[in-house]
Ligand binder design. Structure first.
Ligand code: PLP
Length: 402
């Protein structure tokens, strides 16, 4: 008797990945095939409500017709030329980012980590010109996340991430988040940069207090240090204002962006004041792919859409509705609901992984932020009806776990 094993397409792909791809991620047990609006579909035809948007990337959801059309048109015209040539999307995107923010100039790159690497270099050179070769200290905060490349990792104070890769960039000091007194004792003439997320993402969704950001601004001004806001996750409409810093009324010297900016294509951006920009000369920094016409054209579409006041009001309204609905969920497993706009964290009395795993069977795609925090960062086109759908499923999952 011959036994034939019928292998599904999903299993074939999962087997290929496990054989040929470096095992640096634990992936969900299905294969995603396409998306529409706020839903993703796997190869077996199962539908999932998306609560994580490719980790806070897909602000316009899936299959957005304008974005797809513009990318196709630009791909037919010009995808890449390198930074030795002018292109319209690059120049126009930079101009628009400056018009819409505190910044005077922009440097593009390809990811959030890279944007933070660039910010470290810019701050180092700018500060050196002000305070000499010893002005190299970088201040970062507990629960911060700035990326996985070696410089960004050095300012991401998580033992598990850093330990296997030491020695890292020296002269980094970690200060308790939202602790003004501790910041006052750490920041001084030796400081070249202070890195802070106005709303911490990976570290568990923690909002910086307005007073704290104001105090950092004053300290940086007193000691000629660059105040750097990492808005890679919380920027571009995620919190209900275009920039998360707007809530505190404090502007930085440098701001880093990435995730949603080019609608899912890889991009990073470093927005700077004129003072910082003046420290940088041709040859100081560069990147082959950065600021290419295809990604910049896609980013122009995203930026126009997410900066529209009606769009931002929608994020605030749906975000408030989501937060209220989560707070109304009467579960002993929910300890706290944090965040604003569509960047919310639900601190649980159990491991978030348990809820995420159970979510798949309920058609939910979710992500954690630390061991016990469920992070809700859906596409910004999320509607109230999607919130209701989520809450029904979450209620069932939490009741079963309790
Ligand atoms: N900064 C913040 C605040 C982030 O949330 C992330 C990624 O999650 C990064 C930097 C790193 O970005 P990337 O993964 O694009 O390198």
């Amino acid at each position: 008797m011959t036994i034939t094993t019928v292998q599904t397409e999903a299993q074939r792909i999962i087997d290929l990945e496990s054989r040929y791809v470096v095992h640096s991620y634990n992936r969900a047990p299905f294969v995603l095939a396409h998306g529409e609006g706020v839903y993703l579909y796997d190869t077996e035809g199962n539908r999932y409500l998306d609560l994580m948007a490719g980790i806070a990337v897909n602000a316009l959801g899936y299959g957005d017709p304008e974005l797809a059309r513009v990318i196709a048109e630009q791909a037919a015209d010009l995808i890449h030329v390198c930074n030795l040539y002018h292109t319209a999307p690059h120049a126009e995107l930079a101009a628009r980012l400056c018009e819409l923010s505190f910044a005077d100039r922009v440097f593009f790159n390809n990811s959030g980590s890279e944007a933070n690497e660039t910010a470290i270099k810019f701050a180092r050179k700018w500060a050196r010109q002000r305070g000499g070769d010893d002005k190299t200290q970088i201040v970062t905060f507990t629960n911060a996340f700035h990326g996985r490349t070696t410089g960004a990792l050095a300012i991401t104070p998580r033992e598990k991430y850093q330990a296997p890769f030491r020695p890292l960039l020296p002269d980094v000091v970690t200060v308790p988040f939202n602790d003004i007194t501790a910041a006052m004792s750490a920041i001084g003439p030796q400081t070249c940069a202070v890195f802070v997320e106005p709303v911490q993402g990976e570290g568990g969704i923690h909002e910086a207090d307005a007073d704290f950001l104001m105090a950092l601004r004053k300290l940086c001004d007193s000691y000629s240090a660059a105040l750097i806001f990492d808005e890679v996750q919380c920027g571009l409409g995620r919190t209900g204002t275009l920039w998360a810093y707007e809530a505190a009324g404090v502007t930085p010297d440098i701001m880093t962006l990435a995730k949603p900016l080019a609608g899912g294509l890889p991009i990073g951006a470093v927005l700077v004041t004129d003072s910082i920009a003046q420290a940088i000369q041709p040859g100081d920094h560069g990147s082959t792919f950065a600021g290419g016409p295809l990604v910049c054209r896609a980013a122009q579409v995203v930026l126009e859409r997410v900066s529209w006041p009606g769009f931002l009001m929608h994020v605030r309204e749906v975000g408030n509705y989501l937060k209220e609905s989560l707070l109304a969920l009467d579960s002993p497993l929910i300890k706290e609901v944090r965040g604003r706009g569509l960047m919310l964290g639900v601190e649980l009395a159990v491991e978030a992984a348990q809820v995420i795993q159970a979510g798949y069977a309920h058609g939910l795609i979710m992500v954690n932020a630390g061991a016990n925090v469920l992070r809700l960062v859906p596409p910004l086109i999320f509607e109230q009806e999607h919130v209701d759908e989520l809450i029904d499923s979450l209620d069932a999952i939490l009741s079963a776990l309790a």
